[in-house]
Every structure is written in C-alpha cells, then in structure tokens.
Design a protein around this ligand. Structure first.
Ligand SMILES: [Zn+2]
Length: 401
C-alpha cells in the first residue's frame, strides 16, 4: 500500500517510508493467508507486536482491514498456543477482488473472491464443445459481470483474474497447444485475448498448477510450505508449491511427472517417449486394462465402486496404479522432500485402494529421511479444484510486489 497521507513512500530510512513499508508487509501477509491473528502477523512479517497492533488500528480506521470478534474461523493453522490467539484480522472487500475463470470441456465457471479468500459468488453455464476462443471470452465477461452485479461491484474492483483451460499451454508463446479438447482455442494466446476483452490482467495456468494452488489455499494442502500435488486423470501432472510459492521452472514445464520414464521400452507416449508414467496410469489406460474382462463403457467411478465391492481385478488395477505412481513419487520426494503429497484428479476417488500401495512403494524406494514425515492425502476439492485454483491464481497474482 502506498502511504497516501504524506505522499512520500520512497524516502529510505524515514519514519514515513518505514510506516508505509510496514503497512505493505501487513497487507501482503494478510493477502497471502486470508486471515491471521495479530500474533501470526507479527511472526510472518517480523514486526514487533506493538507495531502490528498500530498497523492494524490504522488499517482498520482506513477501512482496509477488520477484526473478527472470535478466532474460530482461522484458516491457516500453524501451531499457535490457544492463549496467544487473538482476534482474527482480515482484509475488507474495499481491498479488491480476485476472479477465477475455468473453462471445462462443455462448461464455463466464473468465481469471485475477496482478499480474505472467501468465494463470494459463482456463475456457471454450459458451453458448445466447438466454441471459438473469442466466444468463450465474451461468455466469461458476461458471467463475470453477472457475478459482480450480485455483489454490487464492477470490474474496477477486480485486481487480477486467474484462468484455467483443459489444454497444453506453449510456455514460450503463451499459445494454447494442440491437440486439445478445446479445438477453438488452439493457437490462441488465451491470456492476451482474455485480458483485452475483460480490461483486467488475466493469468493462465495448467490444471496441475491450479490444483496445487487450490489444495494449498483451501484443501488438503492447507498450512504447508512445501507441497506436491499429483493429478491423476486422463493426463498426469504434478503441481509444486515450494517454500510457499508455486514452482513453474524456467519455462513453465516443472511438474511433468507424467512423463517420467518407468519402462524404457514400454508403450509409446503422446510426448514421443516410451514407458512414461502416464502410459501406465492415465484414466483411459486403467479402464482399457479392465474392459476386456469387465465390459465396455466403464468410468473410473465404476471401477472404484466395483473395487469397493471386492472385484479382484479392479482392486488389483487400482493397486498397480498406486504402485506405479509411488515409484515416480519416490523420486519426486528424494529431489524435493515435500512435507505433504496430495493426490487429486478422478483416480483420487479410489482413496486408500490406490494410496495404500502408493505409500508402500514410497517407503520402499524413497530415501527414508525424504518421506519420514511425509503425509500422503487425497485431494479435498474434487471437481471444484479447477475453478478454485483459478481464483487462487488470481489472488496470488493480485499480491502487492
Ligand atoms: Zn510421455
């Protein structure tokens, strides 16, 4: 936040710049976490408790933050003693909004959240499968305006937009790659056309990155600093939050765990390599293994239901899937030593039928110290992971520098 009172935020070492920088740190810490007690703000910003107390008073007077009367809604548990918990502090709606736009195969969802990380409105429509990118963006603008209308706000309240597309993104050009289940978007710079149309900065990311952001903010990864998320669906990919930040790598390719080689002479993968993890565990591979004996037209939900009813083949295939993922995840844990591994995507429906064998293989192949305190959990957000991840991307993009 700029210090509007004296208009001199830049003079280093002066009381005025210190005050402004401190306000900036408090606002940033709140925006990162959604809600914090004053003790938590002090710890995260390194500011003295008395300074934090003054900052909160000033920001409250300016209508930028509010203190809740009870601390029962704290969303970021981090081991405070109950006696140290004060009242929770959050940013007000005056501090702006963040938006998530999620394009699915046949639907479009737009969600709006405040800087306290509360999702305030959500709108959804069906989409024509072959729609052009421009048509999709116009629809998104219409839904966004409807959602903002319900909140009594306009587009000027929106600080940033996150957007998810079920398609590969070319990291050097920003273009949507092919082949895609959204053919009308191939070759389009999605972030550019959406930013142009909406008049707001739009950031686009892939499904695994959106998944890890959503689970980190609202789901099974809450409260972690180093989180790995593996999405197991028709595509397989990992999203990584390292040291509290989304890790994309130099060109945005980090997390391509689906293309880790497990069998050098195995099936040819869509990436051109052979025996990638994805060729062993993608949803359609799991189903193809079972269809000869269990009939055609199966879904992953069917396979999980049959396994839960004791079908030996379904149990075996889900367990083997967990083992394959475990081999690749063991390497991931050796390299990155995350504190939690969250398994998402439709195969996460299998729960411990898949996670049990995965944990066994992790224990066998990973360096013991890399997984000793590792928790492996099922993702919590299910089919909402994408739109919530887009909102989380918007919230992160709205952070002050
Ligand atoms: Zn591959």
């Amino acid at each position: 936040m700029r210090d509007k009172e004296n208009g001199d935020p830049g003079r280093p070492g002066s009381q005025s710049s210190l005050k402004s920088a401190n306000q900036h740190r408090v606002v940033r810490a709140l925006q990162m976490s959604g809600e914090l007690t004053q003790a938590e703000i002090a710890r995260r910003t390194g500011l003295a408790p008395a300074t934090v107390s003054n900052m909160v008073k000033e920001l409250t007077a300016a209508g930028m933050v509010k203190e809740l009367t009870a601390a029962g809604m704290v969303t970021v548990p981090d081991g405070d003693h109950p006696g140290q918990r004060g009242r929770a502090v959050r940013l007000t709606r005056k501090m702006g909004l963040a938006v998530g736009i999620d394009f699915g195969h046949r639907h479009l969802t737009v969600a709006v959240a405040d800087m306290a990380h509360d999702v305030l409105a959500e709108e959804r429509v069906e989409l024509a499968a072959g729609h052009r990118a421009e048509e999709g963006v116009v629809q998104a603008g219409t839904l966004l305006d409807a959602a903002l209308d319900r909140l009594g706000c306009g587009r000027t309240s929106v600080l940033a937009v996150g957007m998810g597309l079920p398609a590969p993104l070319e990291t050097d050009t920003g273009e949507v790659g092919g082949p895609s289940i959204l053919p009308g978007w191939v070759g389009v710079d999605a972030a550019a056309i959406a930013s142009d149309h909406l008049g707001i900065a739009v950031h686009v990311d892939n499904d695994a990155n959106l998944g890890v952001l959503a689970e980190h903010m609202w789901g099974a990864g809450r409260g972690t600093t180093d989180l790995a998320y593996i999405k197991l669906s028709d595509g397989v990919g990992a999203g990584l939050v390292l040291d509290g930040r989304l890790y994309r790598g130099r060109g945005g390719t980090a997390g391509e765990i689906g293309h880790v080689t497990l069998d050098e002479f195995g099936q040819v993968c869509r990436c051109g390599n052979r025996g990638c993890l994805e060729t062993l565990v993608a949803s359609h591979v799991v189903i193809a293994l079972l269809e000869p004996s269990r009939g055609t037209g199966l879904s992953i939900a069917d396979v999980v239901a049959m396994a839960e009813n004791g079908d030996a083949a379904c149990v075996r295939v889900l367990a083997d899937t967990g083992r394959h993922v475990g081999v690749a995840a063991a390497s991931l844990c050796n390299l990155l030593n995350p504190e939690r591994l969250v398994i998402g995507g439709e195969l996460a429906l299998a729960g411990d039928l898949l996670l049990g064998p995965l944990r066994e293989v992790l224990a066998r192949y990973a360096v013991p110290s890399a997984v000793r305190s590792l928790e492996v959990r099922v993702a919590e957000l299910g089919s909402r992971a994408q739109v919530l991840g887009a909102v989380a991307l918007g919230l992160r993009s709205a952070l002050p520098a």
